[in-house]
Design a protein around this ligand. Sequence first.
Ligand code: HEC
Ligand code: HEC
Ligand code: HEC
Ligand code: HEC
Ligand code: HEC
Ligand code: HEC
Ligand code: HEC
Ligand code: HEC
Ligand code: HEC
Ligand code: HEC
Ligand code: HEC
Length: 381
Amino acid sequence: MALFSFKNSFFLFVFFILFINFGYAKIIKHPSYAKGQCGACHTTKSAKSPDLKMEMPELCYSCHTNYEENDFIHGPVGAGACTLCHNPHESKNQNLLTTSTVNELCTSCHSNKDDMLKSGENIHPPVQDSCINCHDAHGQKHKFQLKADRKKDLCLTCHTDKKERITNSINKHGAIEMGEKCLGCHDPHSSPNIKLLKAEDSKTICLTCHSTSLPRDEDGKMLMNMGEHIANNPNVHGPIMWGDCAACHDPHGSDNLRMLKSPFPEKSSAKFTSDGYICFQCHEPKKMTEKFTKDLTEFRNADKNIHYLHVNAKRISCKTCHDYHASDLPHHLRDKATFGSAKFPLRFIKTLNGGSCNPICHTIRYYDRVEPVNVRTNKKL
Ligand code: HEC
Ligand code: HEC
Ligand code: HEC
Ligand code: HEC
Ligand code: HEC
Ligand code: HEC
Ligand code: HEC
Ligand code: HEC
Ligand code: HEC
Ligand code: HEC
Ligand code: HEC
């Protein structure tokens, strides 16, 4: 008997679950409609004369918050067209919506966003998920009925790591607080470019601002005009040739010199460590650590490594000899070098298997990879 009644209640339970899932719970009813209180909205209880007892949307506002008290009101809400989106009686959708998903609803009117969702590239995940992650369907105190200010605050509600970065990094980027802020570089919905960028690569974006002698840095120093510099110097460094300024700089700020993604010495002279130079993200640090080599670098006299000599033994930073943005000499060598406050020509001359320099640091010096020379006289050894 006990078993029988258990079985009974088990079947009842299964029936109840099925009922919840496929029957009863499928239809959501407006509370007044569910209770048969037709008179809450209609003049009579009769289904035959469905006259409303008040104009729309005042009828709805007699019980619900008045959305028109917002500064930015969604078109159809302002027009009182609640029933374009809601069925006032019942619906199988959440919030009595007339479509099964919010995005279907929004794109039924905003057809360009429908095209974007169907054929756009790189759609921002919260857009794919639901428009109301950012927009309010009714009204808001922010433009485009957004849930926070569109230029930056909205983004930071989800991107808390970026909030941390732009607030706490030592070297902050002026761009974050200028003009359109985050939206100056990113599209909030989708983009054919990586990282929702508004241009095909980061370089194009950077040079919209860095093609004048302004902007100034935080100490008031005028920054170099990078657009002009690259245009005037044909030997452009690899990552910039690919259009990727963000290979080295973090546009959201960083704790390193000049918002670099990893450290680089500020001064012309620095004790050598392989993690003190961002260059070794891509280049081989052994160029600087091996006293003798026949293959790690071309800057050698036979097997005597001249990179090692300068960078490691004499602590001279790459920036004294190379311009990692662009130069008009081979090997991204500088025309004019800077050491401390001194500015002087490097006078680099390339030869078939080596070259020579004649800076102010020392008198002219020669090197040859194939047939070693006396570095002072250029005579074969
Ligand atoms: C929350 C308010 C509300 C309640 C409660 C309500 N209605 Fe309605 N009803 C409306 C609105 C608004 C319309 C007009 C819809 C439109 O024009 O798009 C409407 C339309 C109708 C219509 C016209 C046909 C149709 O469906 O569009 C009938 C019939 C109707 N209601 C019957 C009823 C009955 C019967 C009840 C009670 C069981 C009831 N309504 C309860 C708001 C309500
Ligand atoms: C453009 C479509 C659209 C229009 C027009 C619209 N709504 Fe909504 N409404 C929505 C969506 C989408 C949700 C779900 C929102 C959410 O979860 O934040 C919603 C949710 C609601 C809710 C339940 C959640 C809440 O905010 O309390 C109420 C009540 C509501 N709407 C009333 C109205 C009234 C009244 C009108 C007319 C003045 C109206 N809506 C016009 C799309 C619309
Ligand atoms: C007599 C008061 C009253 C009127 C008039 C009224 N509502 Fe409601 N409505 C309620 C109550 C109560 C709820 C349940 C509590 C809530 O969600 O705010 C509700 C809930 C809703 C919901 C959420 C339903 C859900 O469970 O997802 C929507 C949408 C809604 N109403 C739309 C409307 C629209 C559109 C109108 C005008 C045509 C309207 N209401 C008129 C009282 C009213
Ligand atoms: C019934 C049609 C309709 C639906 C559904 C609809 N909208 Fe709208 N939407 C409009 C109209 C009309 C305007 C006003 C256009 C204008 O002012 O140029 C508008 C304006 C907007 C604007 C401001 C655009 C601007 O240029 O000022 C945004 C943002 C917006 N809707 C988002 C949404 C979202 C998100 C949804 C889904 C929750 C949605 N819309 C659903 C018709 C609709
Ligand atoms: C991640 C947040 C976010 C989501 C999710 C989102 N939007 Fe937007 N939307 C914005 C921002 C920010 C703007 C303002 C853009 C600007 O000022 O350039 C905007 C502007 C708009 C505009 C007016 C300008 C224009 O592009 O026409 C419409 C319409 C719009 N959104 C519709 C939608 C629709 C429809 C969806 C869902 C498919 C959606 N949005 C999802 C953030 C979002
Ligand atoms: C509702 C939450 C939300 C909001 C608001 C939001 N995002 Fe996102 N965003 C995400 C999620 C989730 C991802 C995917 C995971 C990730 O990369 O963090 C993402 C990814 C991104 C990406 C990387 C895309 C890629 O292809 O790798 C960028 C860039 C971005 N968001 C920028 C923005 C900007 C700019 C804003 C403000 C207009 C914004 N987001 C607002 C949730 C949000
Ligand atoms: C000056 C242009 C610029 C501005 C302003 C900007 N970003 Fe970016 N953002 C980029 C670039 C370029 C990338 C790609 C970075 C990379 O490749 O390392 C990126 C990448 C991202 C990513 C993807 C994750 C990552 O770090 O690679 C997110 C999320 C993001 N940005 C959010 C934001 C937010 C939020 C704001 C506003 C606070 C903002 N961005 C402002 C240029 C910008
Ligand atoms: C909207 C204009 C704008 C854009 C776009 C922009 N910047 Fe800047 N940038 C500035 C301003 C203003 C400063 C000076 C204030 C400061 O130091 O942050 C600056 C400073 C810098 C600095 C020097 C930072 C320091 O520590 O002194 C670097 C490096 C830099 N930007 C790189 C970039 C890169 C890389 C991009 C592209 C991903 C970029 N910028 C895009 C406006 C911009
Ligand atoms: C290979 C790495 C690398 C790439 C790629 C790179 N930079 Fe730099 N950038 C640096 C280093 C290292 C410094 C610090 C130089 C110094 O202080 O001598 C710097 C400094 C700067 C400065 C400050 C210059 C000044 O006046 O002192 C700006 C502005 C700048 N970069 C912009 C850009 C822009 C724009 C791009 C893309 C066109 C870019 N960078 C690409 C490594 C790079
Ligand atoms: C994101 C990767 C990357 C980083 C970081 C990087 N480089 Fe490069 N570098 C390259 C690529 C790719 C080439 C080959 C294309 C070319 O000649 O520019 C190259 C070439 C060079 C060359 C010329 C090579 C030759 O054979 O003539 C020099 C010099 C150079 N880099 C110096 C530096 C210095 C100094 C730094 C640090 C400030 C640095 N690089 C950081 C990618 C990088
Ligand atoms: C004293 C000047 C000087 C300094 C300092 C210097 N270089 Fe060089 N570098 C050269 C010369 C000259 C060449 C050209 C060698 C040749 O091909 O004849 C060169 C070539 C290169 C090359 C091309 C490949 C190779 O090894 O021949 C790279 C990459 C490079 N340097 C990176 C760096 C990096 C990274 C630093 C800083 C850590 C640095 N250099 C410091 C003078 C210098």
